[in-house]
Design a protein around this ligand. Sequence first.
Ligand code: HIF
Length: 293
Amino acid sequence: AAPALRVAEVEKGKTPEDFQQVYNAIAKKIIDDDEYDNYIGYGPVLVRLSWHSAGTFDKNDNSGGSYGGTYRFPKETNDPSNKGLQNAKAFLEPIYEQFPWISHGDLYTLGGVTALQEMQGPKVPWRPGRVDLPESATPENGRLPDAENGADYVRNFFKRFGFTDQEVVALIGAHALGKTHMANSGYEGPWGAATNTFSNEFFVNLLNEQWKKEKTEAGNSQYNSPSGFMMMPTDFALKEDNTYLKYVKKYAENQDVFFEDFKNAYKKLLENGIEFPEGTPTIVFKTLDEQEQ
Ligand code: HIF
């Protein structure tokens, strides 16, 4: 099939200031609803939703991806790979009621950018204009990754997005955030201590913790450390592959380099397959903290 052209079209009459208002509403709700998931808050699950809304992309036919906002349809919401994300969906519903002009693709991706920035992560420049596609555009289940795999699988999986080894390692640093939940995925526990602060802790822990491979009660393989941290096989794969390992070391040593590479890779993830016409604004959102000064 000829690649479908997904051209961004900014919501009529909306300016960067309108999207900053959406950012602010999401950021305030993250603070207000802080009790979620034993006080981790909604930041991590919003990041995960933004990536899963984009993670169906296939560059071979330009299908899937964040553009159409198809996560809102039951087939995608109920994809077993999306278990747990209904919490992020419910979180965003009152935001959508307040800003009904925004497309779902813009809302899901903006939710992730807001969460990353409010959790002290890098500024991820963001462009608006995703357009809701009909239910028929919803991709089949099974396009999201299976964590019970090694480096070859990870490298091959991310080829569908056109990501390099360096970009893949940078992205997976986001697993410093949040935790795995037995009921969602058959894994259990956090990757590190600071579950709602973005940092290079994932890489530091991958290199420095003493890992022991064990079976979870769901029968999955999980690496556990005495500090109570965990890694899934696809995480641990970054240590077992020499090319990946080179970047793991680089990011463990230098958080600034990690932040810069992560920002670029995450922007690419959220924009895969979309053509942004000249004149589309690139928005660098202010954090709530910056606006208070
Ligand atoms: Fe995750 N990821 N991810 N992930 N992920 C989980 C949780 C989070 C993979 C599997 C899982 C990325 C890549 C991959 C986040 C963000 C990103 C869980 C646990 C699984 C199984 C879900 C649960 O049990 O609730 C795999 C196989 C990936 C490819 C290698 C991205 C790069 C790291 C793209 C990314 O940004 C976040 C955040 C969470 C935590 C969610 C939470 O509710 O705390």
